[in-house]
Design a protein. Structure first.
Length: 150
């Protein structure tokens, strides 16, 4: 861990798709004890589930790169949260590569928690996901994503 890195972080995430599949994007609000930042990205044509997983990969990537030891993620996607926590099986074959990337990234964070929150507790991330679509916001250069197609 770098000397000035945050030890813990919280992230609110959301993915959006206008059509399923359709124009898709994600938004993330990442907060540490030192600062906060917003991350957005346009995914092109993708399903809502792909967008939700892309939203999760962003803070996992940042946390792993920054040596964060504890990451708590909040998402309004109950399906994704239950899949990542092992309560639901992942059935859609096109999601397997992005799901496996999530599992790989979370191994770099000793204390990882993902929790479901109500939509109204996730408004900022939702707004960012929609902004990503509206503005066709490019993916951050540090984010390596392979967008699965259906």
């Amino acid at each position: 861990m770098t000397p000035h890195a945050a030890r813990s972080a919280r992230a609110w995430i959301d993915g959006a798709s206008r059509g399923n599949p359709g124009d898709a994007g994600f938004g993330v609000v990442l907060e540490t004890d030192r600062d906060g930042e917003e991350v957005v990205g346009y995914l092109g044509k993708a399903t809502n589930n792909v967008a939700e997983y892309a939203a999760l990969i962003a803070p996992l990537t940042l946390a792993a790169e920054r040596g964060v030891e504890k990451l708590v993620v909040y998402s309004d996607s109950q399906l994704m949260v239950r899949q990542v926590n092992g309560f639901y099986r992942l059935k859609a074959p096109h999601l397997k590569p992005i799901f496996l990337e999530v599992l790989k990234l979370r191994q770099a964070i000793p204390d990882f928690i993902i929790e479901h929150v109500a939509r109204d507790e996730n408004k900022k991330a939702d707004g960012l996901a929609n902004r990503a679509i509206d503005e066709r916001a490019p993916l951050p250069s540090w984010l390596k994503l392979e967008i699965p197609s259906r």
